[in-house]
Design a protein around this ligand. Structure first.
Ligand code: DMJ
Length: 674
């Protein structure tokens, strides 16, 4: 216990001194004590002049050293304080029980292993030592964001810069020095979070493992990832040179095509550039968004396509960069798409004129596509959460509720069309996991995850649908006995499978990772093998748009048959997407190797020397794959992004417990219950 009286009795507190004697004149009493400021200044100056040059240098060096130490320790104390604050937030996270649904224990899966570099095909990409590391530069103000753990992020950023510098060194063709940003420079700012009034949802808190993960050494970019960056830059060069600000590049004719006239490729590629750390490209594209992207145009856009590519792309870029420009643009396009929901049934029309504020179905029908009206939810729900405006979420939730209650399903499988007047399914009796139905299934699971795993109707519909797939659509091919997902038309099974269906292994694996039945993972493993075979059994090593599987063994026949009308390849992402999920959740390097083969085949058969990649008409003809002269925006938005993530061993590079990818590969945050 402190006693004031005892302290006073003990006399003045003891002080420790370090005294430095510079010379006899300093002693008190020599020449009388004079402590005036002027005298002290003069006296110090005299002492200084009397010192040798060496002594002065030593003293100056000591002062400089102490000053640097002081600045550094101040910064790190600030960081330590921030991370303590974050940790206590993390510790508040609680698990949510799902009433009525018993989930299997999430499997404990091995962490992905380090990629085995393979230079064989790309000797020019072999790493060289850079002459000297570039200075760590900060981005411009628009890239400046609050980074709670800046020390680790700066380190990663530095590693990333080094890796790409090495790429630039090795790449004699493109000599431009690139300084880049690392993904870990991107954080979700706490103040971006807005709770929609209805559901009280909020910004995801970090899973408990995050702190430990952040203590780990950041994983450097590896050579396969560098090859993906190189592919991206080649594609981007074509787009920049011949199609800047337009929807799609036509790489052979060195021109462009317009679909909506909204710079689709540029917007689709924004978050890819951020994730790859391509700072200069990102900044240039950002300028275009700031100065040239206007939605006040008399143009019809497809609700689904503009939602997944434009709204989704802007929202994810906003989250990664923290730049409010992208949220403003997202709000603008979101509002302009809302007229689509003004239908008798509230099932949205397929097309909206974003300038006039009118919407309509396609000219030939009043039907909408089921996948389209049920795969816009992640984006509109997130827009409500960010803006606090419920109307976006209400509109899309209503669609899901309506479809949930509809008759006409077959063990959870949905038909392909829905009427905007009656709200009923049409063209009953045809069931597919491919075109026109695919992402309905994907978004059931993903909305459930996005919303914190509490919207049980979504999960019920998803689980029922997977049972429906198992019961009606699964078959095995001959001779390799590949498990595939066929189609059902009025009771007749067809062994046809779209490449689009290859999203399914990834989705099943994501469900299993989130605690759903373990047999979903088994099915995912079987199906991804099939999707890989859709590439491996073809002459170019690239999958066609559609395959037919052989159900009966025939001498000299492979599992996969291709009809002339189906042998094109549009640079689609689905197989690479699923390979990414499979690698993340199993750590089995064969998935990376398969993806690497696919990348090399894209480079062999679809790369256009003057810049860009092209869709091809014939995957069966390696000597002439018949280029189509079009680079789809999803090649940059999805295919290359998933490729880069597949080759990464860093599970925090878009952590799948924190982000959910929309169907165009734009990561959006997972919410947690408030
Ligand atoms: C993309 O626009 C999306 O992945 C969509 O869900 C399906 N089609 C393309 C890619 O193939």
């Amino acid at each position: 216990m402190y006693s004031g009286a005892a302290a006073a009795a003990a006399g003045p507190p003891r002080r420790d001194f370090i005294s430095v004697t510079l010379g006899p004149e300093d002693a008190v009493g020599v020449g009388g004590y004079n402590n005036s400021k002027a005298w002290r200044r003069r006296s110090c100056w005299r002492k200084w002049k009397q010192l040798s040059r060496l002594q002065r240098s030593v003293i100056l060096f000591l002062f400089a050293f102490l000053a640097v130490c002081g600045v550094l320790s101040y910064t790190s104390m600030g960081e330590a304080w921030k991370s303590i604050t974050n940790k206590s937030l993390d510790e508040q996270r609680t698990e949510q029980e799902i009433p009525g649904l018993k989930l299997a224990n999430p499997a404990v899966l091995p962490a992905p292993q380090k990629a085995d570099a393979n230079h064989g095909e790309y000797p020019e990409l072999s790493l060289q030592k850079p002459p000297k590391p570039p200075p760590v530069r900060r981005g411009p103000s628009n890239l400046q964001i609050k980074a709670p753990r800046r020390d680790m992020r700066l380190k990663t950023r530095h590693d990333t810069i080094k890796a790409v510098e090495e790429l630039v060194e090795a790449d004699k063709v493109e000599k431009t020095e690139k300084s880049i940003i690392s993904w870990r420079g991107a954080v979700i700012e706490p103040d971006q979070s807005t709770e929609p009034p209805s559901s009280k949802i909020k910004e995801p808190e970090k899973p408990s493992s995050v702190d430990a993960e952040d203590q780990k050494e950041p994983v450097p970019i590896n050579e396969r990832q560098l090859a993906v960056i190189e592919a991206f830059r080649h594609a981007w060069k074509g787009y920049k040179d011949f199609a800047w600000g337009h929807d799609e590049l036509k790489p052979l004719s060195k021109s462009y095509s317009e679909w909506f006239g909204l710079g689709l490729t540029l917007i689709d590629a924004l978050d890819t550039m951020w994730i790859f750390g391509l700072k200069e490209e990102f900044e240039e594209a950002r300028k275009w968004v700031a100065n040239d992207l206007v939605f006040d145009k008399n143009v019809d856009v497809n609700l689904f396509e503009s939602t997944i590519r434009i709204l989704g792309g802007l929202l994810s870029t906003y989250h990664l960069s923290g730049d409010s420009l992208f949220l403003e643009k997202a709000k603008d396009i979101g509002n302009r798409l809302m007229p689509a929901f003004k239908t008798p049934s509230k099932i949205p029309y397929s097309d909206v004129n974003i300038g006039r504020g009118t919407a309509h179905p396609p000219r030939w029908t009043s039907d909408s596509t089921v996948a389209e009206v049920t795969s816009i939810q992640l984006e509109f729900r997130e827009l409500s959460r960010l803006t606090g405006d419920e109307k976006f979420q209400k509109a899309v939730d209503e669609v899901m509720k309506h479809v949930h209650a509809l008759s006409g399903k077959n063990d959870g499988l949905v038909p392909m069309f829905i009427n905007t007047n009656s709200g009923q399914f049409t063209h009953l009796g045809v069931y597919t996991l491919g075109a026109r139905a695919d992402s309905y299934y994907e978004y059931l699971l993903k909305q459930w995850i996005q919303g914190g795993k509490k919207e049980n109707e979504l999960l019920e519909d998803y689980m029922r649908a997977i049972e429906g797939v198992k019961k009606h659509l699964l078959q095995r091919s001959e001779p390799k006995k590949l498990t595939f997902v066929g189609e059902l038309a009025h009771g007749h099974f067809s062994a046809k499978m779209d490449h689009l269906v290859c999203f399914l292994p990834g989705t099943l694996a994501l469900g299993a990772h989130n605690g759903l039945a373990a047999d979903h993972m088994k099915l995912a493993e079987a199906l991804i093998e099939t999707c890989y075979q859709m590439y491996a059994q073809v002459e170019t090593g690239l999958s066609p748009e559609i395959v037919h599987f052989n159900l009966h063994a025939q001498k000299g026949h492979k599992d996969v048959e291709i009809k002339p009308a189906d042998r094109h390849n549009l640079l689609r992402p689905e197989t690479v997407e699923s390979l990414f999920y499979m690698y993340r959740f199993t750590g089995d390097k064969k998935y990376q190797d398969w993806g690497w083969e696919i990348l090399q085949n894209f480079n062999r058969y679809t790369r256009v020397p003057t810049g860009g990649y092209t869709s091809i008409n014939n995957v069966q003809n390696p000597s002439n794959p018949e280029p189509r002269d079009k680079m789809e925006s999803f090649f940059l938005g999805e295919t290359l992004k998933y490729m880069f993530l597949l080759f990464s061993d860093d599970i925090d590079l878009i952590n799948l417990d924190k982000y959910i990818f929309n169907t165009e590969a734009h990561p959006l945050p997972i919410w947690v219950p408030a």
